[in-house]
Design a protein around this ligand. Sequence first.
Ligand SMILES: Cc1ncc(COP(=O)(O)O)c(C=O)c1O
Length: 331
Amino acid sequence: MFDQFPEKINLANTPTPLVFLEKLSKKIGGPNIWLKRDDFTGSFLTGNKVRKLEYIVARALKEGAGALITCGGIQSNHCRATALVCAQLGLEAHLVLRKENSLEIDGNYFLDNLAGAKIHLYSPQEYFSNLENIFVEIKNTLKTQGKHSYSIPTGASDGVGIWGYVECVKELKADFELHGINPEYIVCATGSGGTQSGLSLGSHLLGVEAQTIGYAVCDDANYFNKKAQKDIEQCNALYDLGVSVNTVTIKTIDDYIGAGYAKGYPELYTFIKEICRLEGIVLDPVYTGKAFYGLVNDINSGRYQGVKDIVFIHTGGVYGLFPFRNDFHFV
Ligand SMILES: Cc1ncc(COP(=O)(O)O)c(C=O)c1O
């Protein structure tokens, strides 16, 4: 079995359990739905980003970095994870954040501040048109202070961060053996592409037959198919894997984005509430809720007819739920 994993540092609580959602599966009457509990990777480091950071931060430390620079939306789970990892390791965290609708100190943004991250706020317009220069400016300023920094792209999705979900496939392989299953699909939310690309590459390298499907939460299928391919190509080149990238199957479904990134819709809020009451599982409207809603809707409409087992990766994101409190109606 493939075992050429690069060096990492231990930050995540892994392996995470794979659990059978019995009540939901019975209710839908389709495939068995399994949940990989990557919301258990940590309490404050909860979710998928910490798996990627294990590899990225190892590289940054090897290069002698004393500061990490990264970016995202105001409620970025990735930025929150980076802020907390920096606090844990005694590194300086610089977060380039898009100030969207509200600037309330809430959810992930609250934790960023609590952890002492240096916040650099920009309007979406400035952010999208000038991100590269913003990173360079911060890097240069840190350099004048004698600090070496390491830049992490959006969502830690690149040819290094990808290892987090290649490694997750190794865990899944053991999970499948333990439960005596051979799932046809591994499904995840896709937002910056790295979880999807890691699962796709991991299945290829480790001989797992399941097809990875990313349910897009922002950009379209074409964008994510290309992004996943780019991450895989970068990893292949960096680590000399000898993979012929075109043979890695990449699949994205983009039917559930709604009005855009971090924009929910009434059926989604209802779904999140129902799943919480049925299974005691907390999803968020930006990532896991959108993707899981898409999967369940697609099962109900026959897309997965004849399929026996599907694994959904719960990629965390609970802190991003709270700023949506006013969109939920309780009677
Ligand atoms: C909770 C959560 N789930 C899923 C994703 C999507 O993962 P990726 O960025 O690797 O596509 C993200 C981040 O984008 C996230 O924060």
